[in-house]
Design a binder for this molecule. Structure first.
Ligand SMILES: NC(=O)c1ccc[n+]([C@@H]2O[C@H](COP(=O)([O-])OP(=O)(O)OC[C@H]3O[C@@H](n4cnc5c(N)ncnc54)[C@H](OP(=O)(O)O)[C@@H]3O)[C@@H](O)[C@H]2O)c1
Length: 199
């Protein structure tokens, strides 16, 4: 499996910390050139590799850590996302009317044609997500939801590898609604920093 984080701001760097903690290689990219991201990537750890967007898109699994409003711009970089898993760590708040009541991740799934889309790693503030998820023998919970049943298992495996306890919520508009904002109300699980004792 190869991984990339697209967006290297607060959430992108928090996720990079998690990869670095476990010595798992991950590409990081944004609109800035890799040379601009490299010092920060190196400061996080040797397994964090700054790349161009084009090179980062070669990864099998791509984590979106960009503003929601940028997703179309990123999605149009490839004509098809067939064979790729896209992990959507974005939030949008308040939810713009143009989403027509759809969960924001369903809108992103449409834009990334052919990808297996899983929403995850979006419910905690970046400062919390950046810290060690193993606390007092428990594992910090991350919630995963997807309309594609097969897509969730490998993302859950990654979350475990990173030290988190993945909790599957089911489809985007079912359990996934708990980690989406609706109008100007956050889903009930957003900002809930939960731990699981045993996995
Ligand atoms: N901050 C939080 O606590 C938090 C918590 C949960 C979820 N989230 C969600 O995570 C996402 C990122 O939030 P953030 O706080 O990390 O934002 P941020 O600090 O502003 O970082 C956004 C990153 O996205 C990159 N970017 C923007 N447009 C891009 C594009 N078209 N292509 C590639 N890269 C692009 C930016 O870099 P360049 O300008 O160099 O391109 C920057 O590295 C948002 O959807 C947010 O709702 C944030």
């Amino acid at each position: 499996m190869s991984y990339a984080i697209v967006g290297f701001g607060k959430i992108g760097q928090a996720l990079a910390q998690a990869f670095a903690r476990k010595n798992i290689k991950v590409a990081v990219a944004s609109r800035r050139p890799p040379e601009a991201l490299a010092p920060q990537a190196r400061a996080i750890g040797p397994t964090i590799v700054a790349k161009s967007l084009r090179d980062a898109f070669e990864a099998d699994t791509i984590i979106l850590a960009i503003p929601f409003g940028e997703h179309r711009e990123v999605a149009k970089a490839l004509p098809s996302w067939e064979g790729k898993t896209v992990i959507d760590a974005t939030n949008v708040f308040p939810v713009p009317e143009e989403l027509d009541g759809l969960p924001s991740s369903a809108v992103i799934a449409k834009a990334f044609t052919g990808a297996k889309l899983v929403k995850g790693f979006n419910h905690l503030i970046a400062a919390t997500l950046a810290t060690d998820p193993v606390v007092e023998g428990g594992h910090r919970v991350v919630f995963l939801s997807s309309d594609d049943e097969d897509a969730t298992a490998p993302v859950a495996a990654l979350a475990k590898q990173l030290g988190f306890a993945p909790v599957k919520l089911g489809k985007l508009n079912e359990g996934g609604a708990l980690v989406h904002a609706r109008g100007s109300i956050w889903g009930q699980l957003i900002f809930q920093d939960l731990f699981k004792k045993e996995q």
